[in-house]
Design a protein around this ligand. Sequence first.
Ligand SMILES: Nc1ncnc2c1ncn2[C@@H]1O[C@H](COP(=O)(O)OP(=O)(O)OP(=O)(O)O)[C@@H](O)[C@H]1O
Ligand SMILES: [Mg+2]
Length: 266
Amino acid sequence: MSKLLDIKNLHVEVEGNKILKGLSLSMNRGEIHAIMGPNGSGKSTLANTLMGHPSYIVTEGEIFFNGQNILELAPDERAALGMFLAFQYPHEIPGVTLFNFLRTAVNSIRKKRTGEDIDKDRKKAASSMLQFSKKLTANMKLLGIDDSFSKRYVNEGFSGGEKKRAEVLQLAMLEPELAVLDETDSGLDIDALRIVSDGVNSIIKPGQSILLITHYQRLLDYIKPHFVHVLVDGRLVMSDGPELALKLEEKGYDWVRDQFFTQNLN
Ligand SMILES: Nc1ncnc2c1ncn2[C@@H]1O[C@H](COP(=O)(O)OP(=O)(O)OP(=O)(O)O)[C@@H](O)[C@H]1O
Ligand SMILES: [Mg+2]
């Protein structure tokens, strides 16, 4: 069976600058991988490239999702295949309530996946709306998000931590096969970190996979990765089990650079 995600020798440019310089990574279904690395090393570039952001130009390499080369696919087509990105800096969408945003996203992904346009059948639309509302209420409760948020415009006036919770709410509603979480822990207070992490753990079903970008070992105490990778200057320079995150905290990125340099001299 093919890998869930297979990134081969990925080179990416942004605004004419080479950011990713030959990154390879594979993930199986049901695995959690963490990516750590210094500021500016290319972590968000990887996340944005995976989702097909038009500013990120792939100059070499390939990305396969469930065996399918996705490089030519638009972001919504990637989402329909089961990919999801929680942004490091979530965008505001003035004039669109969180409820309508999530409902539209869920319906459009369903339509792309199954070809079924729920809104064309009144009975089906009513029952799916009811199901959706129930699921939304349950997930908001799980993530400690107040009911009133569903009527507010997406991310407008949300605090940093509230935006991050809203991203995880999207994850809960869309049920992707692969969730890329870009610093979902940043800006969360210690209680919120626990609530959101517990939420992610209970949302994720066997077979779903997470690519977790973080600066902090602390998150990995809650959401336990199978593998930790270190991204430095556009390349994965070290990969190991979860203990690598502890080592990084203790030794810092210079240690990783030294190890990589020594290995590549020999
Ligand atoms: N849209 C863009 N326009 C110009 N430069 C960009 C853009 N996106 C990324 N870059 C540049 O690419 C490099 C890598 O950025 P990226 O956001 O991927 O880093 P990161 O590893 O996510 O860092 P952080 O830990 O601070 O989030 C940086 O030097 C950044 O300025
Ligand atoms: Mg980033």
